[in-house]
Design a protein around this ligand. Structure first.
Ligand code: OGA
Ligand code: NI
Length: 393
């Protein structure tokens, strides 16, 4: 779909949803730039100092006080993708049961592990090997793909908007991956020389899984299978964030990724090595560590799916903690409507809880503030009831 028809498609929607289209209504002018301030590479800093000294900008004394669930106390649900796709009459019950578990996971946890997703092992292993190799390259080589002022893609960091905010203990490589015409090859490392083809294959395979999940979720929500897709403006887009979390001698005093919810529809995260670190916030405020199953994707509902479902599916806060001895790597694939789509509630059986805005304003707003839990989503809420607008959800 070209941009004109995507916009026209969006216009139909304007008639039933109030558009709060201009960013100025949502946020201040100084935060409109979609960029992140340059910060040093944490990996290079650790290599230079041995990681024994943690600069104050990375210290988060509040982390020590947080409650973390112990082993076996709680875990995010596990969903079997093969079961979701069963279609023979004798398998109908198994399929229906798994769909109900998926629906419940999206409402209660906003997170699940997806097993039997069908992405071939060589595609997964190719992604893992290439991203490990990339972060293993000399600092000068990685810098060839560094972010530039005024945009988000490349090697660096995101969400840094002021010189005095606390920083995350991580380096990242962030790229637009799907559709292929959205790619800026300037930032796609050609070292190692198999990275581009590995990411190409991985991003396509993961997008297929995400699209099928969104189709199944649409059905569970009482929509036609293409219900969510039809609001994505022609196929939707994907970006991939590859995270490198160096070890830290004072691991308990830093965070690899500040508490946040993802701004997209659906995120699929691949755990690259055996080092854990992802934690999901429970409704009581405690953190539940995710213990990724070998080969599984950790899937989470993003803010846009919470908005689309008018709050029925939950975009839940999560964070990444750091290991004292070993580096951790992960690959997060974010799936969003096209930039020409309109973001607002599509389940209309209840009073809308969120504003409807154009996607570009939505993304500018997201990338121009530091991560503060779900404060971003709060700004999308309609003031139906001031009391509920200040809760954490
Ligand atoms: C993300 C994210 C978690 C992880 O990239 O948005 O939450 O485990 N990553 O690295
Ligand atoms: Ni995230």
């Amino acid at each position: 779909m070209d941009s004109r028809s995507a916009l026209n498609d969006g216009n139909k929607w304007h008639s039933t949803h109030k558009i709060y289209g201009t960013l100025s209504e949502l946020h201040t002018a100084s935060e409109r730039r979609m960029e992140s301030l340059p910060v040093p590479s944490v990996q290079a800093m650790v290599a230079a100092t041995g990681g024994a000294h943690v600069p104050p900008r990375y210290l988060r004394p509040e982390v020590a006080a947080d409650a973390v669930a112990s082993d076996g106390e709680a875990a995010i649900p596990i969903i079997d993708f093969e079961r979701l796709l069963l279609h023979h009459p004798e398998e109908e019950e198994a399929c229906r049961g798994e769909s109900a578990r998926l629906h419940a996971a999206c409402q209660e946890w906003g997170f699940f592990q997806l097993i039997n997703h069908g992405v071939p092992d060589d595609v997964i292993e190719g992604m893992k090997a290439n991203i490990e190799a990339f972060f293993g390259l000399p600092a000068e080589t990685k810098q060839q793909f560094a972010q530039e002022r005024g945009q988000l893609e490349g090697y660096g960091q995101l969400f840094v908007v002021s010189e005095d905010q606390k920083l995350d203990w991580a380096d990242i490589l962030y790229l637009n991956t799907q559709p292929p015409e959205h790619r800026n090859m300037r930032f796609w490392p050609d070292k190692p020389d198999t990275l581009r083809s590995a990411l190409d294959a991985y991003s396509a395979a993961v997008k297929t899984v995400a699209d099928r999940l969104l189709g199944l979720m649409s059905i569970s929500l009482g929509l036609p299978p293409e219900g969510i897709a039809s609001k994505c403006g022609g196929g939707g887009i994907q970006s991939v964030r590859m995270n490198y979390y160096p070890p830290c001698a004072e691991a308990g005093k830093v965070l690899g990724f500040s508490p946040h919810s993802d701004a997209d529809l659906l995120t699929l995260v691949l755990q690259v090595n055996q080092v854990q670190g992802l934690q999901v916030k429970r409704q009581d405020g405690s953190w539940v560590p995710v213990r990724p199953l070998e080969g599984a994707f950790v899937v989470n509902v993003g803010d846009i799916l919470q908005i689309f479902t008018n709050g029925r599916y939950r975009s839940v806060e999560h964070r990444a903690v750091i290991n004292a001895e070993r580096a951790r790597l992960s690959v997060a694939a974010f799936h969003s409507p096209s930039i020409h789509a309109t973001i607002g509630p599509l389940l209309t059986d209840q009073e809308p809880m969120y504003k409807t805005v154009d996607h570009q304003s939505f993304m500018r707003l997201f990338f121009s503030a530091k991560l503060e839990g779900k404060s971003f989503l709060q700004r999308m809420k309609l003031n139906l009831d001031t009391a509920s607008a200040t809760t954490t959800n």
